[in-house]
Each structure stands twice: as structure tokens, then as C-alpha cells.
Design a binder for this molecule. Sequence first.
Ligand SMILES: [Fe+2]
Length: 232
Amino acid sequence: MKARFKEFNSKKFSFHNDPVLVLEDFWSKEDRDIFQAAMDKCEWKRRSEIPEVSGTFPGCGDWSKAEIAQSEASFLLDRVTLPCIPDFIESFPRIKQRHMSFSYYSYGVGDCLSTHDDIGEQYAGTQKPKQVDEGGRERSQQPFSALRRIAMVCYLHNEWDHDWGGELIIYDNRKGKDGQRRLEVSYCLEPKPGSIVFFTVPRFHRVCRVDPLANDHQRLSIGGWFMTEHFP
Ligand SMILES: [Fe+2]
């Protein structure tokens, strides 16, 4: 579903009934200013400079990624953990631990992300993502085997024009009459400033290439997952 945040009732929404949630005007200008100021101080790495992911998504440009500092991670988790998220996460059996992993991303002209479903190591490579607990505190970087349950992306730039590309496309994976599975577009979402998107994983999606018409404008986002680790 798609709604303005102030009109959204999380208690009436369930990811079991609707796997995609789009909320507009989730972050105010003041909220975005906080993240943008933090992003200015970050140590950004280009995709090509991250050995674990440099070989993934060939031809997808050279977007940048940065870690979120603890204070902004706490602010983020305070705000994004809507009641419908634990309702979904806790519905899985034999949970040993909950994990979250979020990062800043910056896409400029020519950057995109080809179709994938957030399952497997293709996207994450072999890196151990920065993990934070429910209070936003950084966890030790112990290896773990967690399943991504809900993906989240939100947009923090101040301006985005229809012609600048960078849309998030989310697909339905439908079985046709011939028994073959086909992807059909279910959502095409412009990266509207202040909006946030959640969807259950696995789910095929991609980020459209940022158009040269965007010039120097960067598509600034936070992306990542709510995950669960399970007892054997
Ligand atoms: Fe993804």
C-alpha cells in the first residue's frame, strides 16, 4: 500500500497481507538535514573500492556507500521500527536473534542496480555488515547467518525531478498459464524526498539508472534489512 505517513495506521497494516509499504512524507526537512549533515562527515567508499562487492552488479555504475554512525543509527531505528515490523518479524519460528543492517547510499548519474531479490550473497558479498541492536548500539562484528525479512529504503535528498531516473521498481513474480514464472512490475517508485519503502524479502526489485539530466544531484538514501537468525 501507499499512503502519507500521517494518515497511516501501522496497527491496521500487515506485511502478511500486503508485502509492500510506501510511506510519503515520512522524513521532514529537519530530519533529512540531520542525516545529510552526518553524510557530509562520512567516509564514503565507491562500489569499485569495496573488494567484497566490486565484482557484483557489473555495468551498474559506481555508486557510493557509507556506514551510519551510532547517533544517527539510533535516530533511524527509533523512527523506522513501526509496529507492523516486529509483528511480521516475530511471526517466524525459532528466532535466536534479530539483526538489522543499514547503510547510506549515494547514486549519481549513470548509477543503477540491476534486478535481484536480496537473497544470497550476491549483493552483500562476503562482507560482515555493520550491525546494530534494537537500541541502535553497534554490535560486535561476529559472523552470523541471518535471513533478510524486510528490506527498507528511504530517500534523503532535497529535490528529485521526474526526469532524473533512479526509480525503485518492485516486481511480482507471477506464474503464467503456461506454468512459467514472469516478473511483472507492481510498483515504480520515484525517489521522492522524505519517502520510505518497506518490502518483504525475497522480492525482485531494481534501481533504474540515474539520468544525465540529474547533473550533479545525488540520489541519497538509507537502505538495508531487518533480519532474523534462527536456532537450527
Ligand atoms: Fe536490494
